[in-house]
Design a protein around this ligand. Structure first.
Ligand code: PLP
Length: 380
């Protein structure tokens, strides 16, 4: 009999929501190009327009301020653009990013390396606002990029407080909300962000579609992909209609279920951590700070993440070692390094991430597998 699988790697990607699948299948049969004026084209345009309205409603933005992209990575690189400004304010001339950002932000987007600096994080995996303030005071207006929730630890960042500092210094704030979207309520006005990145496949939509959401008074960013006039000239190329339709449907479903799903995930995560805390040497990272309800990054001295992930996989449990955005690559986590976690402990970090169809049985199976695997691996 085939062994049941327990998927606890929702921060890497999520299963497709049925609403997203239905919307995508329907969209695949729409012939028109959204740029065409005939009825077929208008039908395709309607799907893109509906999805745009769904994303805008989910984040409290204007539909015209939603730019669809090929995913979170492209949305981040699009957002990190020199020359961005608010209204008639000064253009940003440099980029500040926290040391715990996703690699697509750490790479700096379209800023040259010598116009970029990193902001420290503390041992709990939270950005150091005093360091941000000092950096802002030391140079021209900056674009600052901070994630709302970290993909490895789940730690929620003080984005609105950072926005006050950034705006006070004449800068702009970009927020990578890829992990937070669908796992906590997000309104662009409450974040006080100027640009927000979201991605389809972390909320039960398809992979390969994302969006930049702009606050009302932001000028820019210049298109990363120039050409045709799609997305109001801000992202050229015929739209991924089925992907966008699936993203919109997933956003609507995720928003409708948000309170119920986050409550369930928090209860299950607590069950998981209660079980894991039976191991006195185990550390749960960022546990003293506010975290996403679905994420637990843990490490136990003596365990190596690569072997633990493989052993858990063989036991039917899918988890990842630290960041799994480019799985297969075994490098130790830059997030844990930025938190000051020693290499030996960091090299054993395992991320459990839960989702809306995780059950108590999944959590218990993961704990049982952890007991077997940690016992046998630690003996070596
Ligand atoms: N930002 C964060 C925080 C992420 O966790 C990820 C992916 O894991 C991305 C950006 C990239 O998104 P995408 O996979 O849609 O390119």
């Amino acid at each position: 009999m085939k062994q049941p699988r327990t998927y606890l790697d929702w921060n890497a990607t999520t299963p497709l929501r049925p609403q997203a699948r239905d919307a995508m299948i329907a969209a695949l049969d729409v012939t028109g190009n959204p740029s065409s004026v005939h009825a077929e084209g208008r039908e395709a345009r309607r799907l893109v327009t509906e999805a745009r309205a769904a994303l805008a409603a989910a984040l409290g933005a204007e539909p015209r301020n939603v730019i669809f992209t090929s995913g979170g990575t492209e949305a981040n690189v699009t957002s990190l653009a020199p020359g961005l400004r608010r209204g008639g304010g000064p253009a940003v001339a440099r980029l500040l990013v926290s040391a715990i950002e996703h690699p697509s932000v750490l790479a700096g987007g379209r800023f040259p390396a010598d116009r970029m600096a990193r902001i420290r994080a503390n041992r709990d995996g939270v950005v150091d606002l005093a360091d941000l303030a000092a950096r802002l005071a030391d140079g021209p207006p900056a674009l600052v990029s901070l994630m709302l929730a970290n993909n490895e630890t789940g730690a929620i960042q003080p984005v609105a407080a950072a926005a006050d500092l950034v705006h006070g210094a004449g800068g702009l704030l970009h927020v990578d909300a890829v992990q937070a979207f669908g796992r906590m309520p997000i309104l662009i006005s409450e974040l006080k962000a100027d640009l927000v990145t979201v991605s389809g496949h972390k909320i039960g939509g398809p992979k390969g579609v994302g969006a930049v959401i702009l606050a009302g008074d932001v000028n820019g960013p210049d298109p990363l992909i120039a050409g045709g006039g799609q997305e109001q000239g801000r992202r050229a190329g015929t739209e991924n209609v089925a992907g966008i339709a699936g993203f919109g449907a997933a956003a609507t479903a995720a928003m409708a279920a948000l309170a119920a799903e986050t409550g369930r995930m928090a209860t299950l995560r607590e069950r998981l951590e209660r079980g894991l805390r039976q191991y006195p040497a185990l550390e749960v990272f960022s546990q003293r700070t506010e975290r996403l309800p679905n994420t637990s990054l843990v490490a136990m001295p003596g365990l190596r993440a690569e072997t633990t992930v493989i052993a858990l996989d063989l036991a039917g449990v899918a988890v990842s070692s630290g960041s799994a955005c480019s799985s297969g690559k075994v490098t130790s986590s830059h997030v844990l390094a930025a938190m000051g976690v020693g290499h030996d402990l960091a090299a054993g970090a395992i991320r459990f991430s839960l989702g809306w169809d995780t059950t108590e049985a999944d959590v218990d199976r993961a704990l049982e597998a952890w007991r077997t695997v940690s016992g046998s691996l630690a003996k070596r």
